[in-house]
Design a protein around this ligand. Structure first.
Ligand SMILES: Cc1cc2nc3c(=O)[nH]c(=O)nc-3n(C[C@H](O)[C@H](O)[C@H](O)COP(=O)(O)OP(=O)(O)OC[C@H]3O[C@@H](n4cnc5c(N)ncnc54)[C@H](O)[C@@H]3O)c2cc1C
Length: 222
């Protein structure tokens, strides 16, 4: 498979960094072609605007989706956006590695989605959900939390993690056609000891070793 792995963590030596490195190593060793985006080390600018484009549809009034459709027609995406779109388009499997921040994606990753998942090129024209442009591809969220697993059950302190992830898994990934694999969740790595953390990394490696055989999950609807 072609696998696209994305990392969104400001500290390269973090547990997220270790999960990312482990995935690159395991998937490459299994014979998959791996491409990566390490957003902080790339200095990726998450703020959407005219900088997304080399083309201009309306210089007087900025409507991002109109500019995106126009850029799709005239090949007018800025090189750093074009490069990221091509990584997504080329992937059979896309994995996002990130810490849960405020029940959501870190802003650098949300901004990457805002800029890279452009109308016309990645969705629209009736092509969403089952007929989405990325149908046939799979995506997986690999995340860490601060809180323990019990806090993220339906009746837990914070509530159901599935519901917390739904805007991402349903609103971004399913919307653009991706089938979603079960999230890989490491609960509170900062509270654990090295033995536990090594076991979590080994679990991740084991899962990735057979990832091509996994079936997608139903991420639920609103
Ligand atoms: C802005 C913000 C918002 C947040 N919102 C939420 C929220 O909504 N819900 C929630 O639950 N939490 C929240 N958190 C907490 C956050 O999710 C956790 O701090 C984060 O997920 C922990 O992962 P990490 O990679 O940052 O851990 P780190 O603290 O970087 O790593 C944990 C430990 O693993 C060690 N480690 C690194 N590599 C290895 C290795 N190879 N083997 C073994 N050990 C290793 C590190 O040295 C460190 O001791 C928030 C945090 C921030 C900053």
């Amino acid at each position: 498979m072609n696998v696209f792995l994305l990392l969104a963590h400001p500290e390269r030596r973090s547990f997220n960094g270790a999960m990312f490195d482990s995935a690159v190593e395991t998937l490459s060793a299994a014979g998959h072609a791996v491409v990566t985006s390490d957003l902080y080390r790339m200095g990726f600018d998450p703020v959407s605007g005219r900088r997304n484009f080399t083309s201009v549809c309306d210089a007087d009034y900025l409507k991002l989706q109109s500019e995106e459709v126009h850029a799709t027609e005239v090949d007018g995406f800025a090189p750093e956006i074009e490069e990221e779109i091509v990584k997504v388009e080329s992937a059979d499997l896309m994995i996002w590695q990130f810490p849960l921040w405020w029940f959501a994606l870190p802003a650098i990753l949300k901004g990457w989605v805002d800029r890279v998942f452009a109308m016309g090129r990645t969705y629209g024209g009736g092509r969403v959900y089952e007929t989405g442009r990325f149908s046939g591809k799979r995506a997986l969220l690999s995340l860490t939390t601060g809180g323990p697993e019990a806090a993220y059950r339906k009746d837990g302190f914070n509530g159901d993690l599935g519901a917390i992830l739904r805007p991402i898994q349903r609103g971004i990934l399913n919307f653009t056609g991706f089938a979603v694999l079960a999230p890989q969740v490491v609960w509170g790595p900062a509270r654990a000891d090295d033995t536990q953390r090594a076991a979590w990394l080994a679990d991740w490696d084991r899962r990735l070793g057979a990832i091509e055989n996994e079936s997608p999950i139903d991420v639920g609807r609103y």
